[in-house]
Ligand binder design. Structure first.
Ligand code: ZN
Length: 77
């Protein structure tokens, strides 16, 4: 499989990333099995992983047992 963005090689990786739930609250997903482009870093999720994530986001991440604080930086002059 090659990257749709740049044609680079896709490798399987366990990764983490932030998504937003239906209330626009950020949710950090850990230990996500995904493909990642070795050139541009574009991530590719499996269909069943996307379904799982969508279900969790719709439920407001109610199964969460931990929270993190995220720094906020404004670039406004
Ligand atoms: Zn790429």
């Amino acid at each position: 499989m090659t990257c749709f963005e740049c044609g680079g090689e896709i490798i399987r990786k366990t990764t983490s990333f932030i998504m937003y739930d239906t209330d626009h609250k950020p949710v950090l997903f850990e230990d996500v099995e995904a493909g990642e482009c070795t050139q541009c870093g574009e991530k590719y999720l499996d269909g069943h992983t996307v379904e799982k994530i969508e279900k969790i986001l719709e439920g407001g991440a109610s199964g969460s047992t931990r929270e993190i604080k995220v720094p906020v930086i404004s670039l406004a002059a």
